[in-house]
Design a protein around this ligand. Structure first.
Ligand code: ADP
Ligand code: MG
Length: 581
């Protein structure tokens, strides 16, 4: 069985294809969005998703989040007994989604289509494929998130050609893509974005303002009173979501140790204030939009429709800004934080040629310019370090291009080829993907010719081939910075190491989450309420140990009722439907 996965920076989701179209897969807590958070308790038990998010408020150093930003890098974090790369942490999220899918669909799920931001480079795409492997999934395709969103909408479209702008403001990244839809075909014409712009910036700005009103400076408070900041952030996240549907919200401020002591201090925030405070963040979407439209060689007026993607587009101020920029009301028939997973499921259906899909065609573009380093003749001397583009940004993929180079010196028998990605004129300002040496160039005068062929496949994986024209001698390399030289045995070992990490049985997930949530609340309550909650918690843990079904259910509902008195709003997972078109 194959599923589609949106492996998000802050939230992930999975979906599968049915004869009636794509459907979301609920997790063990019956929610469609799973927070991309991993944590290890003091007894080294692993938590993924919402329970980990609760744990993160209590023990931030035992949890990792927003690690998608480090995909494909050497970044590591220590959690409990071992260190993890972003790829490994992502694999734990994927494994959790896979298990939820298996429970929901009652079948083995071993293949997936996974989405990545359009701006992900080659290393990051490969790290995503590896994360899938580590989770026991064969990754059939990697597709861009905006492409997936367009597919989710495109499936239902027919008739006239449309030019669509996909506006994706998620938790930590912003992407905008210009997509063509015609006769069931989806073609991405251009993509642009920012790797550090998302809903979390809105939460953080709100938290900074709230802290400021009480005489704190955010950056300093983060170091000096981390418990206070963790709680204010959590409260501001809830307040931000409330402000998407009402005019005002309150944020409760704990003391410096993160405790709520009666009488609890509160800050009231109006939607207008929030809008004003975050205007400068929202302003940053303009430039990438202009760039994407320019790259697509279009004008704003050529855009026939705008699609909203990403949970942060639930904010009315975002919808308003998008409407102003494009001079048109964006579409929001599908939930913005689910649409990418739905599109991935459609793509998964395509992989297995689901009959309901007939002949939907999907094409994509290269997100960066790719090329090699060369020397240029400037006056009478040669200067190195110049970038020669071979595949330009926003070229439709798959694509293969050849560029002929020649040797600079007489009797030069070898040539170093540096492969770079980026938009700068000099290679030092671009990213070095790999380099290799072409040997065996026949001796002779300068000007021996070498053909460099770049092939960029559908997953955005680059292959480079150099051919000495005279001898037809070939050197070819797949640019796999991180996956390089990994043998099947090594992969197997890595998979086994990840599998060895202890997880709770799935049916326990809801109970574990409840305990974590209660433990977090415990610290926030006044002493009087604490005693009562402690009793409930002790009782709950006892009946869990005894496996007394009936008593477990009784304690559970009692705890839930108790906790809901103190929590005006659930901290994650907003499953209300967006206004229909
Ligand atoms: P990603 O794909 O980047 O993981 P999502 O698309 O799920 O993330 O968006 C997550 C972001 O959306 C978070 O910053 C979250 O706070 C924000 N978000 C979700 N629902 C709402 C809402 N109702 N109002 C405002 N922001 C929201
Ligand atoms: Mg997303």
């Amino acid at each position: 069985m194959i599923i589609g996965i949106d492996l998000g920076t802050t939230f992930s989701a999975a979906a599968y294809m049915t004869s009636d179209g794509p459907r979301l897969i609920p997790n063990a807590l019956s929610e469609t969005l799973t927070p991309s958070v991993v944590g290890f308790d003091t007894d080294d038990a692993m938590f993924v998703g919402r329970a980990a998010k609760e744990l993160a408020v209590l023990q931030p150093d035992r949890c990792a989040s927003v690690f998608k930003r480090y995909m494909g890098s050497t970044w590591k974090v220590r959690l409990g007994k071992r260190e993890f790369t972003a790829e490994e942490l992502s694999s734990l999220i994927l494994r959790s989604l896979k298990e939820d899918a298996e429970a929901h669909l009652d079948t083995i799920v071993d293949r997936a289509v996974i989405t990545v931001p359009a701006y992900f480079n080659d290393n990051q795409r490969k790290a995503t494929i590896r994360a899938g492997q580590l989770a026991g999934l064969t990754v059939e395709r990697i597709i861009n998130e905006p492409t997936a969103a367009a597919i989710a909408y495109g499936l239902h479209e027919s008739g006239d050609e449309k030019v669509i702008a996909v506006f994706d403001l998620g938790g930590g990244t912003f992407d905008v893509s210009i997509v063509d839809l015609f006769d069931g075909a989806v073609e991405v014409r251009a993509s642009s974005g920012e790797a550090f712009l998302g809903g979390e910036d809105f939460t953080q700005t709100l938290a900074a303002r709230v802290l400021e009103s009480r005489g704190f400076v955010f950056e300093r408070a983060e170091l000096e009173t981390p418990a206070l900041v963790a709680r204010v952030m959590q409260q501001c996240e809830a307040a931000k979501r409330l402000l998407s549907r009402q005019d005002a919200a309150r944020v409760r401020i704990p003391n410096r140790d993160g405790q709520y002591v009666d009488p609890v201090d509160e800050v009231q925030i109006s939607r207008d204030e929030f809008t004003k405070w975050t205007e400068h963040i929202l302003a940053r979407v303009e430039l990438p939009i202009r760039r994407a439209i320019g790259d697509a060689k279009l004008n704003r007026t050529d855009i026939t429709e705008v699609i909203l993607v990403g949970g942060a587009t639930r904010m009315p101020t975002v919808v308003q800004r998008v409407t102003e920029i494009f001079q048109k009301e964006p579409r929001s028939r599908l939930n913005p934080d689910e649409v990418v997973a739905l599109g991935a499921a459609v793509q998964a259906g395509l992989v297995t040629r689901n009959s309901s899909l007939d002949d939907l065609v999907v094409t994509d573009v290269s997100p960066f310019t790719l090329g090699v380093e060369i020397s240029k003749q400037i006056g009478t001397e040669y200067r190195g370090g110049y970038f020669l583009p071979i595949i330009s940004r926003n070229t439709t993929i798959p694509v293969s291009r050849v560029q002929r180079l020649s040797t600079l010196h007489a009797n030069q028998t070898q040539l170093r080829v540096g492969v770079y990605q980026g938009e700068a004129r000099r290679t030092q300002d671009n990213l070095l993907l790999d380099d290799f040496v072409v040997q065996g160039i026949p001796r002779g005068p300068a000007g021996q010719e070498i053909d460099i062929r770049f092939t960029y496949d559908l997953n955005g994986v680059l292959e480079v081939e150099a051919t000495v024209v005279e001898t037809k001698r070939k050197v070819s390399v797949v640019i796999t910075k991180h996956a390089k030289g990994v043998s099947p045995a090594e992969i197997e070992r890595a998979v086994a190491a990840m599998e060895a990490l202890k997880t709770h049985p799935r049916e326990e997930t809801a109970n574990r989450f409840l305990i974590k949530r209660a433990e977090r609340m415990y610290q926030e309550l006044s002493v009087f309420h604490r005693d009562h909650l402690a009793e409930l918690l002790d009782g709950f843990e006892t009946v869990l140990d005894l496996q007394d079904r009936e008593a477990i259910d009784r304690y559970r509902s009692e705890m839930e009722i108790f906790l809901s008195q103190f929590e005006s709003q659930e901290p994650a997972g907003d499953d209300d439907d967006v206004a229909s078109e």
